[in-house]
Design a protein around this ligand. Structure first.
Ligand code: UDP
Ligand code: MG
Length: 312
């Protein structure tokens, strides 16, 4: 059986279409399946729409508020009963037709089949920051992320269980998928624009997401700020020595307003930068020690077993 996991935030208009498309594809593949919708604190009638689908293949989880797509994915994986799970967006930007190809590679023995999106159709406003993020992420981190390889993927039961074992509070799924390893296969699809509803991510949310990703996987940024501090210290020492020697040879120079301001600003900014990075990690430790759950469920579909003849 295949579990299809769809985190949804205000997607009432997309859900019926998505559901029909998934059902059509699954009928062609002829495999038993369940579609798990995770309502991530929607404010429209997303939950009602899910219930109204009235399909035995549909199961759902409803969060008490918006906990984020990452938490929704983890909740869905926890509920999944399939031998493999497909994670996909609920806004029709991840074409359900890809599931057939992904399933074929899974049956050929791959544990992770990644549907990679090419960004060609996307606006520059989104491509440039995305590019920057992948550069910073990959140069500071031990896990390698590839642009376009997002959450749209099929993972085997082995990978699902491995991911559920990680008990971190901050779950940056893109990184976790890479971190757990296993045999990977990449298939490509073209970027599809959103037709209904609007993106749940604004620039601020995306920036936070990027910082989460970068700091969740390594301590290298801490090391970078240490290096930076060291370099600035050496430069300052050399400069002080230079002035000192100058004074010894030529006598006291004119009071240098510029140099004082410059060094003040430089040192101040390096200190703030370093403090910020340290703060990022301290905050992370704080959150982890509280050991709060990733999400709170208000409502959930019952988990009746599927019936064989329900596949039509
Ligand atoms: N989503 C969610 N919680 C959030 C934001 C988004 O469950 O806090 C869902 C959303 O409904 C969609 C998927 O995650 O199914 C991808 O979100 P979106 O389309 O907003 O992201 P984008 O495609 O703009 O990166
Ligand atoms: Mg989208």
């Amino acid at each position: 059986m295949l579990s299809i996991i769809v985190p949804v935030l205000n997607e009432a208009r997309n859900i019926p279409v998505l559901h029909d498309e998934i059902r059509a594809v699954m009928n062609v593949i002829g495999k038993e399946h369940e579609i798990i919708f995770i309502d991530d604190g929607s404010e429209d009638d997303t939950l009602e729409t899910i219930k109204n689908l009235g399909s035995r293949h549909v199961r759902y989880i409803s969060f008490s508020r918006n906990f984020g797509k990452e938490s929704a994915i983890i909740a869905g994986l926890g509920k999944a009963r399939g031998e493999a799970a497909v994670i996909m967006d609920g806004d029709l930007q991840h074409p359900p037709s890809m599931i057939a190809e992904m399933n074929a590679h899974f049956e050929a023995g791959y544990d992770q089949v990644i549907a990679k999106r090419n960004r060609s159709g996307e606006p520059l406003m989104k491509r440039i920051p995305a590019n920057l993020f992948y550069r910073v992420m990959n140069s500071t981190s031990t896990v390698r992320l590839v642009d376009g390889e997002g959450d749209f993927r099929l993972i085997s039961r082995k990978v699902v269980d491995a991911i559920l074992l990680l008990s971190e509070n901050n779950r940056f799924s893109k990184g976790i998928f890479e971190w757990v390893g296993f045999g990977k296969k990449v298939v490509e699809f073209n970027h599809v624009g959103r037709t209904n509803g609007k993106s749940g991510f604004n620039p601020f949310k995306l920036f936070d997401y990027a910082v989460d990703g970068i700091s969740a996987y390594n301590h290298r940024p801490l090391r970078i700020c240490f290096h930076l501090g060291l370099v600035v210290l050496l430069i300052s020492l050399a400069y002080i020595l230079y002035i000192f020697v100058n004074i010894l040879i030529y006598g006291v120079d004119e009071p240098g307003y510029f140099t004082i301001i410059a060094s003040l600003l430089l040192l101040g900014s390096v200190q703030l930068f370093s403090l910020g990075i340290i703060g990022e990690y301290v905050g992370r430790i704080y959150i982890e020690t509280k050991n709060r759950p990733n999400f709170i469920i208000t409502e959930e579909s019952d988990s009746e077993p599927l019936e064989k003849d329900d596949l039509h």
